[in-house]
Design a protein around this ligand. Structure first.
Ligand code: HEC
Length: 270
């Protein structure tokens, strides 16, 4: 390498480094915001969560995610849709075909229009998506004091705090600081942007009964619903990580073989 080449590659490296660090610094500046009477003095601590799905061997905690499905359908589903989730997706968490059929049968979905052009309801099948709680956005807003409960299919991926978002929102309810006026039908939440959320704290102890006998504390349900929603946001994560690992092993072996082949081919020259 000539001096010029070295300096230009150093320059390119610097640019890369700078561009990688810019978004991080603007993000933290945007998060700071202005202090108001409503800015929480102390933040409620969110129990530290250990995510089984991080790292190269990441996988979901299947039992927890299946319990989370119970929390979703028992509590959250009355307001939040889960448009990207079909009953058969539960098989990736180890639910059997019969179990999935049984769960789907408890729900009704609109059938294709009949000969009179009427849409009647039929029992859901494993291939059906989870039915929406409201027929349209206006109905959702009308039932929730004007606020629209967002679809939860991708919520874990769609918020900057990722896996921490659900525990923060569910654990962020507290008394408003003195001087902070909370609007009607709104609740003070230290982690929600603006600190006021139009969702009443949805979880209370024993809001659901778990089949496996796990005690349904608020903390347990928070972990479980979060595992479930992380799974819904990326159902193929386990497959992706396993394939990635196999590809790396393959590339390592290929590299060794290529190196040995190269040595053999160039044996007489070196
Ligand atoms: C009674 C209706 C209702 C129930 C039940 C409910 N929610 Fe909500 N949820 C809402 C509404 C309405 C909003 C929008 C709040 C706003 O705009 O201020 C919301 C907002 C949220 C948000 C914030 C979304 C964002 O934009 O970051 C999360 C997360 C959330 N809900 C999760 C849940 C979970 C998990 C459950 C079940 C344990 C649940 N909700 C149960 C009505 C509900």
């Amino acid at each position: 390498m000539t001096l010029k080449q070295i300096s230009s590659s150093l320059f390119a490296g610097l640019i890369l480094f700078a561009s990688a660090s810019i978004p991080a610094s603007t993000a933290s500046a945007a998060g700071a915001g202005k202090e108001t009477a409503c800015t929480p003095k102390t933040l409620p601590t969110i129990p530290e969560q250990k995510w089984s799905f991080q790292g190269i061997f990441g996988h979901y905690d299947h039992d927890s995610a299946l319990r989370g499905f119970e929390v979703y359908r028992g509590v959250c589903a009355s307001c939040h849709s889960l448009n990207l989730f079909a009953f058969r997706n539960l098989s990736a968490l180890g639910a059997t075909e019969d179990e999935i059929k049984g769960v789907a049968q408890e729900y009704e979905v609109p059938a294709p229009p009949n000969d009179e052009g009427e849409v009647v309801l039929r029992r859901a099948l494993p291939s059906d998506h989870f039915p929406k709680p409201f027929p349209n956005v206006k109905a959702a807003a009308a039932a929730n004091g004007g606020a629209i409960p967002p679809d939860l299919s991708l919520i874990v991926k769609a918020r900057p705090d990722f896996e921490a978002h659900i525990p923060k929102i569910l654990g962020g309810y507290m008394d408003a600081p003195a001087g902070c006026e909370v609007g009607e039908g709104r609740y003070y939440n230290a982690y929600y942007p603006g600190y006021q959320i139009s969702m009443a704290p949805p979880l209370s102890p024993d809001a659901v009964t778990y089949n496996d006998g796990t005690a349904a504390t608020v903390e347990q349900m928070t972990t479980d619903i979060n595992n479930f929603l992380a799974f819904v946001a990326e159902p193929k994560l386990e497959e992706r990580k396993q394939t990635g690992f196999k590809v790396i092993i393959f590339l390592v072996i290929l590299t060794i073989l290529l190196y040995l082949a190269k040595r053999e081919v160039w044996r007489k020259v070196h």
